[in-house]
Design a protein around this ligand. Structure first.
Ligand SMILES: Nc1nc2c(ncn2[C@@H]2O[C@@H]3COP(=O)(O)O[C@H]4[C@@H](O)[C@H](n5cnc6c(=O)[nH]c(N)nc65)O[C@@H]4COP(=O)(O)O[C@H]3[C@H]2O)c(=O)[nH]1
Length: 528
């Protein structure tokens, strides 16, 4: 058996230890997730910047093409060119108006109002290729983009192409919150609402910009990475939920691992300390009246992880390592504590399995005395069942021990009689009171003639030696009838009850409602 183990840690220490790896995983996963989100956001911002810059460059390209086409006209005399200027300003997308500037720096032809009266005319700066204006005479608060194209000809200095800021702001607009785009030209900024502004100085906000390689302009973005990360987390909660689930599962797995990490021997010691080996009782039934007149105490391991563990999975290991002594002592103490407080029927038999290691240990008589002292003197019949699983060393020491035990009123039974090769030699060398016929022989009743013959022989032998015979594994009426007719004294088996916890045993009416008078007589009759 693989022994599950719980280290001797306190509950809170265990919980903390269990949570730590989960928390570490959560933090690591969280950091990885944030890193992934961060990289995704950065990439998306770069893509958006590039996209907006490209769209704004397309607008400026269009304005430049329109201006250049005007400058290529053979004559730039205003009266001749004005209809074409007007037509171009109307027909070309994004272009709002155009102005031809003479070498003095005055507007002499405007696509909106035609040729200028000198009073209206004004000087325009002709050095900046691109400028952002807050507005002009016609719409003073409506920002405009001015593109200056110098003409390499004698009759004109150049042309100014005006682009409405509405087209630009539309290109800057986007849906995401927590980021803000600007068009930056010279020392001026146009935001996505179409206002001339400066980016606000906000704590924790960062800026990225992408400058055009063809024009003196840049698209700038103002953004808050923490806010964008939170927003992304809100948009994609499934990753976080998955991470949480994974961390919890990891913690749980670690918890299981922690519980299973001890060595088998240490685990048995721990289980003894925690009183996880608990007594189950299976009734012994007298063949005369078929009434409950005693119990066999059977060990169960109530493991906190694996639930109820049957003895065959841990007893052989416990016997080979010697832990069985402490385990049986604990079982005896628990049984005495729970049954000793009750008023049991007189002569109530309590059979306990005892391994060779306990016989050799030397503490057995004292433990039996302590067990008996929990009950009124003479009220119970303590029977120790010695199994043949391990060889019990016979000799003077064992003889002395058996004398000591008999002096205390303790009876000795040989368990699983007939299955091992030393059964008969035990009978010869030890002062035995009871034989327990193995359930394999009982199972053969009615079907296997060889088993029935062996069973008959054991019953005859026991009768000759004056020993009590207990038959285990009685499951049906045929077996019960046979055993009653052939001289067995006590019966044990699923026909009457399976092993059960003491609390359940105490609730069973079978041992409460026994008529005391016939029982006592029967007892006297069946027990030599
Ligand atoms: N098929 C069948 N089985 C029945 C029937 N009636 C009883 N049994 C089972 O037969 C076993 C009787 O105990 P055992 O011969 O002393 O055999 C015991 C005993 O050798 C050992 N054991 C149990 N408790 C202790 C203990 O406290 N100390 C020691 N050293 N060994 C123990 O483990 C063995 C198995 O114990 P359990 O699993 O409790 O199995 C018990 C019991 O549940 C039935 O009608 N049909």
């Amino acid at each position: 058996m693989q022994f599950p183990s719980i280290e001797p840690l306190g509950r809170s220490q265990r919980i903390l230890l269990t949570m730590l790896p989960g928390l570490a995983l959560l933090m690591l996963g969280g950091l990885l997730m944030l890193y992934q989100f961060h990289a995704g956001i950065q990439h998306s911002l770069e893509v958006q910047l590039a996209d907006k810059l490209e769209k704004i460059e397309q607008i400026v390209d269009q304005a430049q093409r329109t201006g250049e086409s005007m400058l290529q006209q053979p004559s730039l005399d205003c009266q001749l060119i004005y209809p074409e200027m007007r037509r171009q300003a109307t027909a070309q997308p994004y272009v709002r108006s155009m102005r031809l500037i003479d070498h003095v720096g005055r507007v002499y032809c405007d696509s909106v109002i035609g040729w200028h009266a000198p009073a209206y005319s004004q000087e325009y700066p002709r050095t900046e290729r691109l400028q952002l204006w807050r507005g002009n005479r016609l719409s003073p608060w409506h920002p405009l983009l001015m593109l200056w194209l110098e003409a390499k000809r004698a009759d004109v200095s150049g042309i100014q192409v005006v682009v409405d800021s509405d087209y630009l702001k539309d290109r800057l607009a986007h849906l995401e919150r927590d980021s803000w785009f600007y068009l930056h030209i010279g020392d001026r900024w146009l935001d996505e609402n179409g206002s001339m502004t400066f980016p606000q100085a906000r704590p924790y906000w960062q800026q990225r910009s992408l400058a055009s390689t063809r024009y003196p302009l840049a698209v700038v973005m103002d953004y808050s990475m923490p806010k964008m990360l939170l927003q992304r987390l809100g948009q994609e909660p499934d990753q976080l939920i998955l991470l949480l689930l994974f961390s919890c599962t990891f913690s749980w797995g670690f918890h299981r691992l922690l519980l299973r990490s001890g060595a088998p021997s240490r685990e048995l010691q721990r289980a003894v300390r925690q009183q996880e080996f608990i007594p189950y009782l299976q009734p012994l039934v007298d063949t005369q009246h078929l009434q409950w007149c005693g119990v066999e105490v059977l060990m169960r391991w109530h493991h906190p992880l694996d639930g109820m563990v049957l003895p065959e999975l841990f007893i052989p290991f416990a016997e080979s390592t010697g832990h069985i002594v402490a385990m049986t002592r604990s079982l005896m103490q628990q049984t005495a504590a729970q049954l000793g407080a009750l008023t049991l029927p007189a002569g109530f038999q309590i059979s306990i399995n005892v391994s060779a290691a306990y016989v050799a240990d030397g503490s057995l008589p004292a433990d039996c005395a302590a067990f008996l002292s929990a009950f009124p003197p003479g009220s119970i019949r303590l029977t120790l069942e010695l199994t043949e699983r391990e060889l019990i060393t016979t000799g003077p020491d064992t003889d002395a021990l058996l004398v000591q035990l008999h002096d205390l009123g303790v009876r000795i039974a040989i368990d699983d009689f007939g299955t091992g090769h030393s059964s008969l030699s035990y009978l010869q060398k030890m002062d035995v009171d009871e034989l327990k016929i193995d359930r394999s022989f009982v199972a053969g009743i009615g079907s296997d003639s060889l088993s029935a013959d062996i069973l008959d022989s054991i019953l005859q032998l026991a009768a000759k030696l004056g020993l009590t015979v207990v038959a285990e594994g009685v499951e049906c009426m045929q077996q019960e009838d046979y055993l009653r007719q052939h001289g067995a004294h006590l019966l044990q088996g699923y026909r009457y009850a399976r092993p059960m916890p003491i609390s359940e045993f105490l609730l069973r009416p079978e041992w409460h409602n026994r008529p005391s008078e016939p029982r006592t007589r029967a007892h006297a009759e069946v027990h030599p």
